[in-house]
Design a protein around this ligand. Structure first.
Ligand SMILES: Cc1cc2nc3c(=O)[nH]c(=O)nc-3n(C[C@H](O)[C@H](O)[C@H](O)COP(=O)(O)OP(=O)(O)OC[C@H]3O[C@@H](n4cnc5c(N)ncnc54)[C@H](O)[C@@H]3O)c2cc1C
Length: 579
């Protein structure tokens, strides 16, 4: 039996950057708001770390999985997004950069793959200011120890200097120190209002675990900021609730039907297409879609028949924000006239601390612009990397075993009881894991991907293309070649071996920044929503997440998504203000 429909001024679907900002802004203005988030809440300490917990830390209800990581594989690219209260902010690398002024391209869109941004940097600046005031980003405090000695940061800065580039420390959505105090790892965070988890938080402990979810609450993720504030204002926040059916109501406004997952039903497969499961109903005056690029476009495509006036541009202008992962392997440095291995230790620090910006053709440079940032990962991942050195390790392991056996046969095993040195030698030089610097690139790839349904499942056609070949799709190839060359140059500057991400040779990339599919445009022939995120032809239907981008943000996109959502909220509230 379904529950009776409840009515709200606004229903928001998804609690990432777009959804959290919209929920807060509408609740702050006194609107009744219900936020539906399919994933669960993640208080500090609840993020899985052990292999047993990680096994179920993925999102696929059809397989009984209700975890944090939602991994998709499409033609030409793989995509990783998040499922949980706070969306991508739970597992993101905390970088909050504004979109570069020169990258709000205003091109003639009759040429394939070209972009027109109906908003400018000046339009967004007041909203960037407002979001930053709430998220309170801090740059990596390089003027203090122990931060100043972070080996990977030092290595990245050296690489930039030697390559003749300028590196900087971008704003990070992390607390390193309380306001007015010197930053110290692991000190209690002073919160002026209780957060919605009711849990204590601590400053960043430099564990490289940002992308797995921070168990110390050091990130200012959306659950600690916008969502806590929205909850205090009375927003009705429902986790484990996945919107499946949306439609306009004949009398105006919209209906949303959703599945409420049983929080104790871990492991129990759910048939998402069983109408009996979609048993909860809400109605609203405004429906705000913020389920992330994949979630929002999938929801609209599946319910398209109910929205006959929706633009034919639905599903177009997809891109992965030019994401590219590469590695500088076995970094080295010169000491006493000799090249020796350099310790980079990517496990120390937050995942990203520094960035280099490469200019764009819009600014007189050659090719499309991008950023390269230092990467990091948790300490336990180094054991996996060591395993990649397996042939050497196996040899050492056999050698040590043979030595122990020989000693035992000679019955001289008690001659020296200390085995530390022998065991230490088992680890070899650990050069691979200690001297590795991941490099994360992103920028202005070409938004020529298309999203559609086949057998009711989401498909994305986007290809980076092969060097030298500019097929209908795959116009991003020159961009990726330029970005890859720049990464190569940084690896060379560190006396390192350059390595592509494992799937590069299959012409595939992996993105954590899927964008587009429901693009902003000046009219319905160009986009699905206007410059404030409201759908052409369906007043009161709004899209305020990554899907609304008409092209790549270029820089890390979260701050821009949040700023656009803040701007959309202004517009909704202005329109509703009594004359
Ligand atoms: C490992 C990683 C590192 C990253 N690092 C950075 C970074 O440093 N800086 C940066 O700017 N960006 C970063 N990103 C990208 C950033 O997380 C995304 O760009 C951003 O979160 C997108 O915001 P959004 O509002 O579009 O959607 P999301 O944040 O993806 O939120 C969408 C939410 O909607 C929910 N949802 C989906 N479908 C439904 C449904 N039908 N019903 C109810 N709920 C639904 C999802 O569970 C999710 O919580 C990173 C991402 C990853 C994965």
């Amino acid at each position: 039996m379904g529950s009776p429909a409840q009515h709200f001024d606004a229903v928001v679907v998804g609690s990432g950057f777009g959804g959290s900002v919209a929920t807060y802004r509408l609740a702050e203005a006194g609107r009744t708001v219900c936020l539906l988030e399919r994933g669960g809440p993640y208080p500090p300490g609840s993020f899985p770390r052990t292999p047993t917990q990680m096994r179920t830390n993925f999102w696929d209800p059809t397989q009984g999985l209700f975890g944090l990581f939602d991994f998709w594989s499409f033609a030409g690219l793989d995509v990783l997004v998040s499922s949980g209260l706070g969306g991508g902010s739970l597992i993101y690398a905390n970088v909050l950069l504004r979109k570069d002024e020169a990258w709000f391209a205003r091109e003639d869109t009759s040429g394939a793959g070209r972009e027109y941004w109906p908003v400018t940097r000046a339009d967004l600046d007041p909203h960037y200011d407002r979001v930053e005031a709430m998220l309170a980003p801090q740059s990596y405090p390089m003027e203090h120890e122990p931060y100043a000695s972070t080996p990977k940061t030092r290595a990245f800065l050296d690489a930039a200097r030697r390559a003749g580039r300028e590196a900087f420390h971008p704003p990070l959505n992390v607390l390193f120190g309380n306001e007015g105090e010197a930053p110290v790892p692991g000190t209690p965070i002073v919160e002026h209002e209780p957060n919605l988890h009711g849990a204590p938080r601590f400053t960043c402990r430099l564990t490289g675990e940002c992308d797995l979810g921070c168990n110390y609450g050091s990130k200012n993720s959306l659950d600690f900021t916008y969502l806590s504030a929205a909850a205090r204002l009375g927003a009705d926040i429902r986790t484990g609730c996945e919107a499946r059916v949306i439609e306009p109501r004949p009398e105006g406004g919209y209906t949303v039907r959703y599945i409420a997952y049983d929080p104790d039903a871990d492991g129990e497969a759910v048939d998402l297409f069983d109408p009996a499961r979609v048993s909860h109903t809400l109605t609203c005056d405004r429906l705000v879609l913020a389920a992330g690029t994949l979630g929002t476009v999938r929801l609209l495509l599946r319910n398209r028949a109910a929205f006959p006036r929706l633009s034919r541009r639905l599903g177009t202008r997809f891109c992965g924000n030019g994401d590219l992962l590469t590695f500088a392997l076995k970094c080295s440095e010169e000491r006493d006239g000799r090249r020796v291995p350099r310790t980079v230790d990517p496990t120390y620090g937050p995942v990203i601390t520094s960035a280099i910006r490469y200019a764009d053709e819009n600014e007189g440079a050659e090719g499309r612009g991008f950023y390269i940032e230092d990467g990091g990962f948790p300490a336990f991942a180094t054991w996996l990397i060591q395993a990649a050195e397996m042939p050497g390790d196996m040899w050492r392991f056999r050698h040590t075993l043979a030595r122990l056996l020989r000693e035992r046969l000679r019955r001289d095993r008690y001659r020296h009881t200390g085995r530390s040195a022998m065991l230490a030698a088992l680890f070899g030089s650990a050069e691979m894991s200690a001297g590795l610097l991941p490099m994360l690139g992103m920028g202005r790839d070409v938004p020529d991907g298309r999203m559609y349904l086949r057998h009711n499942h989401l498909r994305v056609d986007w290809r980076k293309g092969r060097p030298g070949r500019l097929s209908r799709q795959g116009r991003s190839s020159p961009y990726f070649e330029r970005l890859r060359d720049a990464c190569h140059e940084l690896a060379d500057a560190l006396g390192a071996e350059f390595r592509d991400a494992p799937l590069w040779f299959l012409s595939r990339v992996i993105t954590v920044h899927p964008l587009g599919g429901c693009p902003m445009g000046r009219h319905e022939g160009e986009g699905v929503v206007d410059a404030w995120g409201e759908a052409f032809g369906h007043p009161g239907l709004h899209v305020v997440d990554g899907a609304m981008m008409p092209g790549p943000v270029g820089a890390n996109p979260s701050l821009t998504i949040a700023a656009l959502s803040d701007r959309a909220a202004d517009r909704i509230l202005e329109r509703e203000r009594p004359a």
